[in-house]
Design a binder for this molecule. Structure first.
Ligand code: PMT
Length: 399
């Protein structure tokens, strides 16, 4: 089941660090997901970003004080908002707020609110590298982890103070990604899943290759969804512009041969394989060492068949669940059904490729699921993320 934050109550806690400007972008990302966001900021956060900015973008009053102000019912918000929260994200979290939460101190709106929250809380530490690595901050973070808080490790890079090292607040997209992970049911815990994604490239010579328009979006969406749901995920990816998904063991390969080696190496140890990669069926009989002259190409190039990785897995299969994809331009049912049988699969996801809303490179897909007992399930157009979760739902149900 796809987890999203639509209509959820998210509290964004902002403490006084230079990365507070990034929490404005984070707030915008939450709002794009149609989330109800409320902001609680510390007094020091106001040195970096104005309260009005958060008020305008969240379309909610900002809480900054425990005490009643003119026209403001601040005094009860820390209890009411805590009761209503589905999740809390503190970004940036300074050494000060981390220390206060670890020590149970409640001396301002944010720290008092945190004590009253029972929903998941994500903490995004952001500070100078030496401060971050100091014994006190590390000790406090350890305490928070033990107490059930989710710590999103800072990234490394050049910091505003001029030093380089860990301490940068992760990008808003990564924080949203970890929030979705935290809120997802962990119904694939203790499962090892192998996913393939993207195209393969089969070089004819150093400058030319056979490939296809696969972007990797479908396979990466599956890998991410499985990781959200608690699986131990390995992603074998052909060339793709997409970033390695967080907490997924991503192995980058180029050719079908390399993809095959990586997949076969993992196969014995996994419970589920989902092959969304678009593997080239052919490669050059012999790859030329030098660039083939334009006029010589027709004579120089001959092709030979690549190994069918999925078919090999179908032969080796013991108790693993094997899911393939069928990319077709016509006769989906007939062609997908044949592949399901020939490759000894438990399920095949048939999709028509070539259109703008389905198949290669699109953000959405229109798929039909074919099962080994002959049943089929036609799905409406949906995002590749939603399809990824639907495929996992069916696998969990026993295919
Ligand atoms: O990456 P995107 O841009 O998001 O696009 C997604 C997609 C269209 C690539 C994806 O949805 C999809 O359909 N992937 C399968 C593409 C494909 O190669 O289909 P096929 O019908 O040729 O192959 C059938 C199955 O056998 C596939 O699971 C494929 O991974 C596997 N195969 C094929 C050939 C081969 N030599 N080895 C294989 O393992």
């Amino acid at each position: 089941m796809k987890c999203d934050i639509k209509n959820k109550n998210i509290i964004l806690g902002v403490s006084g660090g230079i990365a507070a400007y990034k929490s404005v972008e984070l707030l915008r990302l939450f709002k794009k997901s149609e989330t109800n966001v409320r902001v609680i900021m510390t007094q020091n956060a106001k040195w970096f970003v104005g309260q009005l900015t958060f008020e305008a973008l969240s379309e909610n009053p900002v809480s900054d004080s425990l005490f009643l102000k003119e026209g403001n019912d601040a005094s009860i918000k820390h209890i009411q908002w805590a009761q209503e929260a589905d999740a809390v994200v503190i970004a940036p979290a300074t050494a000060n707020i981390i220390g206060k939460i670890a020590g149970g101190i409640a001396d301002d709106a944010l720290s008092t609110f945190i004590l009253a929250v029972t929903a998941p809380i994500l903490i995004c530490p952001s500070m100078n590298t030496n401060m971050y690595e100091s014994k006190a901050v590390q000790r406090n973070l350890k305490t928070l982890k033990k107490d059930g808080f989710t710590i999103i490790d800072p990234s490394e890079g050049e910091l505003a103070c001029g030093t380089t090292g860990p301490g940068r607040m992760p990008e808003p997209e990564e924080i949203l990604d970890r929030l979705l992970w935290r809120l997802s049911p962990k119904d694939l815990q203790n499962k090892k899943i192998l996913v393939t994604a993207g195209p393969t490239q089969e070089h004819l010579d150093p400058v030319r290759f056979i490939s296809n328009p696969s972007s990797g979006k479908m396979g990466y969406a599956i890998a991410k969804a499985a990781e959200y749901r608690g699986a131990d995920v390995t992603l074998v990816s052909g060339p793709s512009q997409l970033l390695d998904p967080v907490n997924v063991n991503t192995i980058r390969v180029k050719s079908a041969e390399e993809m095959g080696s990586a997949v076969f190496e993992q196969f014995e140890t996994v419970d589920i394989v989902i092959k969304a990669a678009a593997v080239s069926d052919y490669r050059a009989d012999e790859q030329a060492k030098q660039k083939i002259k334009k006029d010589a190409i027709e004579k120089a190039v001959s092709l030979k068949k690549n190994i069918d990785i999925l078919k090999e897995l179908g032969k080796k299969k013991k108790d693993q669940i094997l899911v393939g994809f069928a990319a077709e331009t016509e006769s989906l049912e007939k062609n997908a059904g044949k592949k399901l049988k020939d490759k000894n699969l438990d399920m095949i996801v048939g999709n028509i490729v070539g259109g703008p809303t389905s198949g290669f490179a699109a953000d959405t897909n229109v798929a039909t699921l074919f099962y080994k007992d002959g049943k089929k399930e036609s799905l409406n157009e949906m995002s590749k993320e939603a399809l990824a979760h639907t495929i996992l739902d069916r696998i969990i149900k026993g295919v």
